[in-house]
Ligand binder design. Structure first.
Ligand code: IPE
Ligand code: IPE
Ligand code: MG
Length: 252
């Protein structure tokens, strides 16, 4: 798959590349059903898109990609689909970790353990261990992740620290809350991309994306390529990020 870095497919020159892109990889089921295939076949087709996008992100100079692979709400799907997704996440990690390691990608996991298959957790841990020292790009896989649940888990951890005297009541800050999130040192999201035309966030990274630029793209996830990612980065460059500040510049 080193052909993913083939000549002749180069990103445009970007003036400002987002440091952290969050991606809701959505539309696998519709992509498949529109082709007369089963939803499962759509998930299978999504694997190549993820690898493409990671390669394209490396070429563009992006440092962090966080990919939504399975939400805490996805347990509502049919037992067959849940079983498939669990098994498939495990397989993809095992099949791709060496390749990602060769690309100097650090793999991390954001999510919670309860309910998640232990074999998926051990695959995530193995990938994290193998790639821990890599620095070119951090690929965080959000598996059994839910934004509200992440905040609930953080608040429970904080309440225990208060109860045991490790934290003073009333002393919380944004920093001390961020410390209790699944990946405390995850940088803020600059660009939040969702594929498949749905215009909602579905509980993905609410704390980390509070000042992100949002982009909803029509392509189904299996149709996503490097070029789609580069288009997203180009659109990001046209946004003016002000973070609440303002510049007074009247036109004469
Ligand atoms: C995203 O595609 C993959 C996961 C949620 C695991 P979907 O499976 O949600 O596909 P659609 O949205 O039904 O087309
Ligand atoms: C969000 O997509 C979760 C992932 C992509 C893993 P969903 O397809 O589950 O979200 P909803 O149900 O459309 O909000
Ligand atoms: Mg969906």
């Amino acid at each position: 798959m080193t052909e993913l870095f083939e000549k002749g497919r180069k990103p445009p020159k970007f003036a400002a590349v987002p440091n952290h892109i969050a991606i809701v990889m959505d539309g696998n089921g519709r992509w498949a059903n529109e082709r007369g295939l089963t939803r499962t076949q759509g998930h299978i087709a999504g694997e190549a898109a993820l690898l493409e996008v990671v390669a394209g992100a490396i070429e563009a100079g992006v440092s962090h990609i966080t990919a939504y692979a399975f939400s805490t709400e996805n347990w509502k799907r049919s037992p067959d689909e849940v079983r498939f997704l669990m098994g498939y996440n495990k397989e993809v990690l095992r099949r791709r970790r060496d390749q990602l390691n060769d690309w100097d990608v650090r793999i991390r996991w954001a999510g919670r353990a309860p309910k998640l298959w232990p074999s998926v957790i051990s695959e995530l841990r193995a990938a994290e261990k193998l790639t821990a020292k890599n620095t070119t790009l951090t690929l965080t896989m959000a598996v059994n992740y839910g934004g509200r649940q992440e905040l609930v888990d953080a608040m429970n951890a904080i309440s225990e620290k208060v109860a045991s005297g490790k934290l003073k009541p009333g002393s919380l800050t944004q920093k001390s809350i961020a410390k209790e999130l699944y990946i405390p040192d995850m940088p803020d999201v600059d660009l939040f991309v969702r594929s498949s035309g749905e215009k909602r966030t579905s509980n993905f990274l609410p704390w980390q994306s509070s000042y992100a630029e949002y982009l909803f793209m029509d392509e189904y996830w299996p149709d996503f390529t490097k070029e789609t990612l580069w288009k997203a980065i180009s659109l990001y460059q046209t946004r003016q990020r002000r973070f609440g500040a303002a510049v007074d510049a009247p036109l004469n």
